[in-house]
Design a protein around this ligand. Structure first.
Ligand SMILES: Cc1cc2nc3c(=O)[nH]c(=O)nc-3n(C[C@H](O)[C@H](O)[C@H](O)COP(=O)(O)OP(=O)(O)OC[C@H]3O[C@@H](n4cnc5c(N)ncnc54)[C@H](O)[C@@H]3O)c2cc1C
Length: 221
């Protein structure tokens, strides 16, 4: 049997299911996710779950600034508690070099609207009395940061994507694909489901490229 799709996504980690979900919300057409194992069986499942604003580059800060809103209202949007705990991130500063870097990063983060504080050693100790600050110059602190459960997040987003009509094919499915044809590869690319999906994915219209870019800049995970 031959199936057609407007978008084929390879891999059902956080990137794959989030992309599928956002594209389905944007109404780009039929979206299929091909996963050689199970949903969230790759590196997402091994992540420690940290979510932080404390990057030294604009892109990382802006991505978190948008995506943290998703985690804060995750239950509302996806119907699952992702165990998002905003205990804050504290990055310790031990040397003058680190202090100079921290000052630059804090200035950049603040310019992008992040709630971040540069603490001296005494203030760090006051915040974390159990911490030995004898050899510290201070720390940077972002109270809104924290961690969530990557597995819960990924499976919840996958479920919502399915609700929106996304088909997620995992290993062992009776409908597992054996070949994929894209606008660029008119002859079928044979698939070996036990190893990899060799399909070459293209976004045939500029509309889809714009949709993907919009998703990244508007706060996907
Ligand atoms: C809530 C959260 C917190 C995080 N916190 C941290 C953190 O504190 N520190 C950190 O370093 N990172 C963190 N991460 C990021 C994480 O470590 C990974 O980098 C990220 O989740 C990778 O997602 P991915 O979808 O790109 O890859 P993956 O999760 O690896 O998914 C790729 C999927 O593609 C499938 N696949 C691969 N090739 C094929 C093929 N040829 N055919 C079919 N299927 C294929 C795999 O089986 C896999 O399921 C976090 C992620 C989340 C969601």
């Amino acid at each position: 049997m031959t199936e057609t799709a407007d978008v084929v996504i390879v891999g059902a980690g956080i990137m794959g299911v989030s992309t599928a979900y956002h594209l389905a919300r944007l109404g780009v057409g039929r979206v299929i996710v091909l996963e050689r194992d199970t949903v969230c069986s790759g590196s997402t499942a091994l992540a420690s779950g940290g979510i932080r604003h404390q990057y030294a580059n604009r892109l990382g800060i802006e991505l978190t600034t948008h995506s943290i809103v998703t985690y804060e209202r995750f239950r509302e949007e996806f119907g699952v508690d992702p165990h998002f705990r905003q205990h804050g991130y504290l990055i310790l500063i031990a040397t003058e070099d680190e202090l100079a870097t921290a000052r630059r990063s804090v200035a950049l983060q603040r310019s992008l609207g992040v709630d971040v504080t540069l603490l001296d050693a005494a203030a760090t100790r006051a915040l974390c009395p159990y911490l030995n600050t004898d050899d510290l110059l201070g720390a940077t602190y972002t109270p809104r940061d924290g961690y969530a459960d990557p597995y819960l997040c990924t499976t919840a987003i996958a479920a919502r994507a399915r609700d929106l009509g996304v088909a997620i094919t995992t290993a062992g499915a009776s409908t597992a694909p054996t070949a994929v044809v894209t606008p660029r590869t008119r002859s079928p690319s044979r698939m070996n489901p036990s190893t990899s999906c060799p399909c070459r994915i293209s976004t045939p219209s500029s509309r889809l490229r714009r949709a993907s870019a919009g998703m990244y800049s508007s706060g996907s995970l």
